[in-house]
Ligand binder design. Structure first.
Ligand SMILES: Nc1ncnc2c1ncn2[C@@H]1O[C@H](COP(=O)(O)OP(=O)(O)OP(=O)(O)O)[C@@H](O)[C@H]1O
Length: 216
């Protein structure tokens, strides 16, 4: 199992965000999570990556109990096993496209030249490696983020509203690249979104509300 969440509950102070969240994600599966604004979708995604703390329940990533790890151990697990794609792209402006995509491999101390170029070609950016982010369109920037998120072959990719800043046709191309690359790498994908179009290729669509995840 790539991800196992059991009975997760989270509060901010005395305000409950969600409770009773349980989810199993198998290798290569694409799960989309939808739900009203403010219901805790981003918070749940952050808990999956051990970036946020929860009050009750367990999160296991590839069989590792994330709640039992200290911050350094969580960071290491994340670096090896998880990739992220966010709405706001989060590419580093002073690094060129190749350097941005190489970052996860550099942090892991792995060889990157061939792998980065292959990843850029896979998302249709093979000729743009030397460009700076400011010289790219929104759709191209998000494809850089996808290449960077998958370059180290993580087991789980967490995508938080990855098409939120894109027009519908660019959004469709970005989702196609995201799903295609996850499938090609056997990477499980958990996507949080408001976009019905973005959920189209999902194996499962789940609805988050204050009392957990359910089929919509
Ligand atoms: N650091 C924080 N301190 C207190 N409350 C917070 C904090 N971060 C988020 N919240 C609250 O927790 C709830 C869940 O936020 P979250 O961003 O996870 O929701 P979401 O479902 O992803 O929303 P959206 O769809 O609008 O992005 C919201 O009510 C938000 O106001």
């Amino acid at each position: 199992m790539t991800l196992q969440i059991h009975n997760l509950a989270k509060h901010y102070g005395s305000t409950p965000v969600f409770a009773n969240v349980s989810l199993d994600v198998v290798p290569g599966e694409f799960v989309a999570i939808v739900g009203e604004s403010g219901v805790g979708k981003s918070t749940l995604l952050n808990c999956m990556a051990g970036l946020d703390h929860w009050d009750q329940g367990t999160v296991q990533l590839e069989g590792v109990d994330v709640g039992a790890l200290n911050e350094d151990q969580r960071a290491l697990l994340r670096r090896e096993k998880v990739g992220f794609v966010f709405q706001a792209f989060h590419v580093l402006p002073h690094l060129d496209v190749m350097q941005n995509v190489a970052l996860p491999l550099m942090l892991l101390g792995q060889d990157y030249a061939d792998r980065v170029q292959a990843m850029l070609e896979a998302v249709g950016l093979g000729a743009l490696g030397a460009r700076l982010p400011q010289q790219l369109s929104g759709g191209q920037l998000q494809r850089v983020a996808i290449a960077r998120a998958l370059v180290h072959n993580p087991r789980l990719l967490l995508a938080d509203e990855p098409t939120g800043n894109l027009d519908p046709s660019t959004a469709a191309l970005v989702m196609q690249a995201l799903v295609q690359q996850c499938r090609a790498h056997g990477t499980s994908l958990v996507l949080v979104t408001h976009s019905a179009a973005a959920t189209e290729k999902a194996d499962r669509v789940l609805h988050l509300d204050t009392d957990g995840l359910s089929q919509p």
